[in-house]
Design a protein around this ligand. Sequence first.
Ligand code: ADP
Ligand code: MG
Length: 678
Amino acid sequence: FTDDTTDILEPGEDSKLAEALEEQINKMKTIQETRKSLPVYQYREDLLSSIRQHQVLIVVGETGSGKTTQLPQFLVEDGYTNDGKCVVCTQPRRVAATSVAARVADEMDVFLGKEVGYNIRFDDRTTPDRTILKYMTDGMLLREFLNDPQLSSYSAIMIDEAHERTLSTDILLGLLRGILQERKDLRLIISSATMNATKFSKFFFNCPIFNVPGRRFPVDIHYTLQPEGNYLNAAITTVFQIHTTQRLPGDILVFLTGQEEIESMQTKLVEILSKLDGTKFSDLMVVPIYANLPQEHQAKIFEPTPKNCRKVVLATNIAETSLTINGIKYVIDPGFVKEQSYSGGISKLVTVPCSRASVDQRAGRAGRLGPGKCFRLFTKWSYFNELEKVPKPEILRTKLNQVVLLLLSLGINDLLHFPMLDKPKTTQLSEALDNLYAIGALNSKGTITKVGQVMCDFPCEPEYAKVIYSSVFEENCKGVLSQIVTIISMLQESNSIFIPGLNREEKTKLFGSMMQSSDHMLYLWIYEQWEENGFSQKWCRDFKLQHKTMKRVLSIRQQLWKYCVKLHFISKDNQSSSNALENTSPAMLEAKIIKCFISGFPTNVARLSNQGYTNIKHGLSVTVHPSSVIFTRLKNEGKPMKFILYQSLMLTSKEFIRDCITFDKYEWLTETMPHLYK
Ligand code: ADP
Ligand code: MG
């Protein structure tokens, strides 16, 4: 028989093949050499024997010493996956989980998603029965406790970047501490920057701390003499000062607070560069890195800088410890970070000064290659007198609804005595309990309800799960599941649906009368139109939408839908996303949609008063964000709507509400949420 899978080699082709083979071998060689050159490599045996002896080990080491990429591989090589169990390493950030998994798959010469994979929310790239090493966000591992409270599929767990003290990491550590007794075979490695190591050790019954001495060259620290009024401009000036006075090679890393700032600085740098074109200066290559940056652009920061060129990496906090970028010699640090905080129903994403521990970490990024320099855009006095010592753990400044629900559903009712590195305030806990009661997740005794259990099962915030639940079961709003799942999927990605910089006039031209409705209804319209147009890229381009985001929305939608099927919200054969209600008018459909959202977000409602819109629960006045469809409507219409339901209230320059839908009838509140509004 003929075998058409066999390649028939043309003359000369075999030498090409050999070349390709050699290239591959060389690549593997360099990868293996790089691995051996990392500081942790020298401590491989010591580390492995400590792990054999101690159930819990804290590992402390400089960023870039190889903790994240190497330790899990050591465990695999040492046989921790031989009995069919997995090794898992958690990351606080999605980007870190995906990029490290890709790197490690490369190092182990396997396909990403097979032996080595990652699992982040709405994106699972692992293969059951085949994946032996998983990188996961800490939040995803936390969710695994729901199905498997002993985490029995893992032989070793590495909680990486533990010093970041995310909410999920803290809860994970508490839960893991609880299963160590029963899972004597389980190994737990907590890796951290220096700042919190002893605290972790104390928490884990004084377990040993393994210190991996890193390579670190001295870093010269420079401060400004006066506080900087505009740190973005100061950073730009500093970039050019370095570029024009310092010799190559030596890349620059600038720490900024978020995507907007990064994009704005990138634009300005590129503008100035175009004016410098043709001068004697060598090239400057600007590369951004932030959490929402599409994956294919992320790889750029790891590519070696071309000769005669200097790389300027504009990064968020992500480059502080999570990602190691080689070649950095100069760090520019304005000393700010964007921090989420939450109290009394208001989220704030505020730019706050970094802690001393953070700015020291940042400075350290300049000293990996050789002696480096760090330019702090604040004063020395401020460093010593104004900065906090360490960052405030997330558990003390965030909404606890979701974790409280998770703990309750795991049978942990005594929240006050649950072991935690830092205990949240009782007011935070009671606020979470109140919120959960309001949406029906708990009954008046504080016991988890059937609906509450369903909310736990969905891979989204309990509030959204409630909205989905209502669209199936609540008498006055059922029948709109498909639309609700679509809108919720769109809301997950709402800040990157339109191409950046799309203004209101353009939007009005593109979306016409939909700009007279609401964000929710516009999202629904967009998705349904896109679906009707075969999910086409061209259609997205025509409507100035980001096709990549829309594809993510599609995948989120499919996954949420799968859960709806699993929980019997919908029968398996009813997979179409067409309207289940035959004789429903658009107005009735919208009414049902709004009521579903009220059931999940009963207190995210603002009422029109003499002072404009004020929140119906805490009375705070709120402003519709200019990016919202409602903003356009309020500008155009004479008669504003009485109520606005919003998905987020974010204090930036003002208390802005985003992703809004409006309604006129107070009865909708009383009818949907009688226990709150009667
Ligand atoms: P640590 O966790 O101790 O900070 P890592 O294991 O993340 O260290 O990094 C070890 C080395 O691997 C670093 O030199 C880093 O540059 C390199 N590395 C990590 N990820 C990648 C990647 N995606 N591409 C190329 N090199 C990488
Ligand atoms: Mg790391």
